[in-house]
Design a protein around this ligand. Sequence first.
Ligand code: 6PG
Length: 473
Amino acid sequence: MNNLQYEFGMVGLGVMGRNLALNMADHAVSVIGLDLDPAKAAALETEAGAGKQVRGTTSAEEFINAIRRPRALMLLVPAGKPVDASIASLLPLLEPGDIIVDGGNSYFPDTDRRVTELADKGIHFFGMGISGGEKGARFGPSMMPGGNREAYERLRPTFEAVAAKVNAEPCVSYLGNGSAGNYVKMVHNGIEYGIMQLIAETYDLLKRGLNFSDDELQRVFQQWNQTELQSFLIEITGEILQKTDEETGNRLVSMISDRARSKGTGKWTSQNAMDLQVPVPTIDTAVLMRDMSKYKEERVQAAKLLPNHTLQADAPTDRNELVNQMRHAFYFAMIATYAQGMAQLRVASEAYNYGLQLQEVAKIWRGGCIIRAVCLEDFRQAYEKNSELPNLLLDPKIGQDMMDRQQDTRAILKLAIDKGIPMPAFMASLSYFDAYRSETLPTNLIQAQRDYFGAHTYERTDREGIFHTLWNV
Ligand code: 6PG
């Protein structure tokens, strides 16, 4: 067994690395794992069970020598310094043509730096987003690899074997050059933040604004998961709302502190969207609402000083009708969120020379990942019809879906305003739609103001040229 040349090497046998290695073993991919912790290295073999070509080791030399050439190895270590440290320790043992895949949520400029540094030594470096958490890694994640096109062929059979499948199609595809894979995963997470915020706002309006009971709420999400909203995040929300806290007997979710944490990928999405000048207001709002949640003491103080007397404002009494309106509004806002993320990917692909095919992105997001949803199939078809589609809202079918739901979105937001329930991500989604479909925006006035106080000049609607006016003479 020890002379076996393993198909794949896994560095880091924590939750993600171990589960992905076991997934490989289940698909008859021979895999050797490296971890400095002997217990983790040994656990890999026992967990895999008999009959699998799996080995764990704590020796980098043994690890590298046991991988079939050109070697394919994946790092599943925390993003940042640990990635550089792992590369530095393995590099002296590697040969030109070998491939290192970083499977963590690395910041995409770090990946570009590593690609360049390693290319000098003849090593191919791939940044690959992996989505689906622990369960996804074990039973089928969505995988977003970017790097050298030819080198990908060495990785393809393994990745296609372990990825989630939708209609027998694997949720992995070569995405593009350099940091394309990490960039796509970053935007995936931005969309994830947006949809999570939309779900949280829905929960707030129904529970605090309209006094839905916990049982009613749980039923709403479970029913929605049988509709056009069917998705991983809606599904798990139904399950979360059902869970009882054993200590208090209350629903567990109501016992959880409302200070949200984050690891940064949503913020990176927003920051980079600003750099690229792509509006992603729902994602921005999701990031800022997590920030708002941290000001707990101030919010408690303000709640006393500025009480919400409008919470008891009248609301329509037909609950079925309300739930339907809410479902339409949710679909509307969710599509607007995906549209923003996809538009960002389109601009980024151009700016960073990724060569992204958006139909491939939509295709591999249909299964395995956190933002998987039935609507991704519509997106895939939209990009298949027109690979140059600038925005999903311009696809006739998706546009019609939005038109059909916009009035209900307005009705829900009016209700939220009357009740003093904050729904900024819904509002951002609706305003995005309203702005995007406005032939004219009031930014002519902004141009006039800039020219008034700063002589910044303006262009005219009726003729070419750059103009400046002495406004106050
Ligand atoms: C995934 C998730 C995963 C992770 C997020 C959490 O696709 O599997 O997105 O990558 O759970 O990074 O992000 P925050 O901690 O920032 O919410």
